[in-house]
Design a protein around this ligand. Structure first.
Ligand SMILES: Cc1cc2nc3c(=O)[nH]c(=O)nc-3n(C[C@H](O)[C@H](O)[C@H](O)COP(=O)(O)OP(=O)(O)OC[C@H]3O[C@@H](n4cnc5c(N)ncnc54)[C@H](O)[C@@H]3O)c2cc1C
Ligand SMILES: *[C@@H]1O[C@H](CO)[C@@H](O)[C@H](O)[C@H]1NC(C)=O
Ligand SMILES: *[C@@H]1O[C@H](CO)[C@@H](O)[C@H](O)[C@H]1NC(C)=O
Ligand SMILES: *[C@@H]1O[C@H](CO)[C@@H](O)[C@H](O)[C@H]1NC(C)=O
Length: 510
């Protein structure tokens, strides 16, 4: 049972006290605000409530939120970021960076009203030199992948959505299908430039400001505003995309399927090649049950015969798929395929605007030491194939393999950086788009029911969670226990060192 943590607390949108003395709603009053004066003196044209751009600029990716920042600014360089941070610090306005804006809790907009959002969209420089890349923190994953491909056929492990920003993604983990071979995106960062809460522009790496580097690669949203990442890159490998679909499963078969996948993923007698990226997807779909279960992924640097031979023993347990897909792809084709798009231009996020969603998501890490037992997998599959088959919430669940074999994610060691789940076998992400016909509270509790089915039926387990799937309903203390169970004390000390006045701050901060 999840005994120590039984309640989920929904954070309310607390209006900040600064509203009393910072006039937000009238252009006329701008001249009276020392905070806005400070930004203007620094050369900004801050976007504030009442201006026509405000609605668009302050719109979150997750439309479930409607935070009202005191202002948004768009610096052109690190000095501009530092100037903005200093204005926030001088006038007691909390500050947040926005890279791609994809935070599930809209924390780049403060996660509450009255913050300063420092949007990094103008920090989009990209360069490669040998096997390293330098990447401005305003870039999105699609731009990075495209640039690396076009400049020497280089690559990194990172997530699939082209519009996710490198700032949040690399700052707090960043999982992709090549991560078992190359690590999380945070692990591929060699050094970074960061503006700290006092407005200093620092370089941090394992040899310089190493404590800050440790914190900013895993708990990146709490230690300043990263302006640039220098990363290792890898040869862009061809791969084989595979998917085995089981449209004829019911809950019993799906539970056995998850058990078989879990054993296959972590069989000490047959260590799984790190070049294999492996998932399970479960979502409503076209099948007799209304739900479709599929095992899929990408196997880098091998041919189709190797894929067939690798999966033969697993398929012997999963049964005959209702559909099989196997395709050899060059690197950039695999990036497009995983993004669900076509054409290189679809990776260039300067060419088309981002989309939005209205959703709630949360996660579970299943540890190497304690794979799920059948009470847990039975219960969750009964939930998916029962209430899940008819829910109005448009949900999906993804199981991402982190561990198994010699996975680099685990091998770097428990305290390599602030990311605190080096014992993960796999993550589970539970995601639901909430339609207008369903209340937020009902949509959220429907998704939380999935997680409860997993966690409440697994005796005596503590489950960690993934901070890049940040759960908007958590208090700060509960979030720290889930995201940084053994790193909270060290991160709190470092927060006291680098940001004693809590200038950079969101509701789940240290
Ligand atoms: C469609 C979609 C697909 C996804 N797929 C994956 C996936 O495959 N794998 C995976 O691991 N995750 C995935 N994610 C989750 C994603 O990694 C996180 O949402 C990530 O934090 C988003 O980063 P961002 O820069 O776009 O968001 P933002 O909202 O800009 O930032 C997120 C947080 O980091 C802070 N931050 C942003 N930039 C900086 C900076 N430069 N310095 C300091 N703090 C900063 C923000 O203030 C905020 O608190 C996905 C998300 C979505 C919406
Ligand atoms: C950023 O650059 C643009 C274009 O050169 C300029 O108009 C703007 O004033 C600059 N912003 C700041 C804060 O210096
Ligand atoms: C994206 O398109 C813009 C405008 O054409 C171009 O300047 C930029 O170089 C492109 N980005 C990449 C990564 O190719
Ligand atoms: C691999 O399996 C697929 C699907 O069963 C089959 O179509 C393909 O011919 C096989 N490829 C090789 C190289 O064995």
């Amino acid at each position: 049972m999840r005994a120590p943590f039984t309640s989920f607390v929904v954070l309310s949108a607390v209006s900040s006290s600064l509203a009393a003395w910072v006039p937000l709603s009238s252009l006329q009053n701008r001249v009276d605000s020392p905070f806005l004066d400070c930004l203007e003196t620094a050369g900004f044209d801050p976007v504030v409530q009442g201006e026509s751009e405000y609605a668009t600029d302050a719109a979150p990716f997750n439309l479930r939120f409607d935070w009202k920042p005191a202002a948004l600014v768009y610096p052109n360089d690190s000095a501009g970021v530092a100037a903005a941070v200093k204005c926030g610090a001088a006038h007691s306005i909390k500050v947040n960076a926005r890279s791609g804006g994809h935070s599930y809790a809209a924390f780049a907009l403060g996660g509450e009203d009255g913050h300063l959002t420092v949007d990094l969209n103008n920090l989009r420089h990209l360069s490669v030199s040998g096997d390293t890349a330098t990447i401005g923190a305003g870039n999105r994953l699609g731009d990075v992948a495209l640039y690396l491909w076009e400049n020497g056929q280089r690559a990194m492990a990172h997530g699939t959505c082209p519009y996710v920003g490198i700032g949040g993604h690399a700052g707090q983990g960043g999982f992709g299908l090549p991560s078992r071979a190359w690590g999380l995106l945070a692990d591929q960062v060699q050094s970074l430039e960061i503006v700290t809460a006092d407005g200093s522009i620092l370089t941090a790496s394992q040899s310089e400001n190493s404590d800050l580097f440790w914190a900013a690669t895993g708990a990146g949203s709490s230690f300043g505003i990263i302006t640039s990442f220098t990363t290792v890159t890898h040869e862009a490998l061809d791969s084989v995309a595979f998917s085995y679909t089981f449209a004829n499963y019911g809950p019993a078969e799906a539970s056995k399927g998850l058990q078989a996948w879990q054993n296959f993923a972590n069989d000490p007698s047959k260590p799984l090649d790190v070049s294999l990226g492996l998932q399970i997807h479960i979502a409503p779909g076209d099948s007799p049950s209304g739900v479709v279960f599929s095992v899929s992924g990408q196997y880098y640097g091998v041919d189709e015969a190797k894929v067939n031979a690798t999966f033969a023993p697993l398929l012997a347990e999963l049964g005959q798929p209702s559909a099989t897909f196997i395709q050899t792809q060059d690197w950039i084709t695999s990036v497009l395929f995983l993004a669900g798009t076509t054409g290189l231009d679809s990776l260039n996020t300067t060419l088309a605007p981002d989309t939005h969603d209205d959703f709630y998501a949360t996660s579970t890490f299943v540890s190497l030491d304690e794979p799920l037992g059948s009470p847990s997998t039975d219960a969750v599959m009964e939930y998916f194939y029962g209430p899940g088959a008819t829910s109005e919430v448009a949900w999906f669940v993804i199981f991402d393999l982190y561990g198994g074999g010699e996975s680099v994610i685990n091998k770097v060691g428990a305290d390599y950086n602030a990311f605190n789940a080096r014992d993960a076998l796999y993550s589970i992400q539970y995601y639901g788009t909430i339609p207008n016909s369903v209340s937020d509270a009902d949509g959220i509790s429907f998704i939380q029911g999935m997680k409860a089915a997993i966690e409440d039926n697994q005796p005596q387990t503590f489950f960690k969670e993934y901070v890049n799937y940040i759960d908007s309903t958590y208090t700060a203390d509960f979030a720290h226990q889930k995201y940084y169970p053994t790193h909270t004390a060290r991160l709190t000390d470092l927060k006291n060192k680098y940001d004693p006045n809590r200038v950079i701050h969101h509701p789940q901060d240290f």
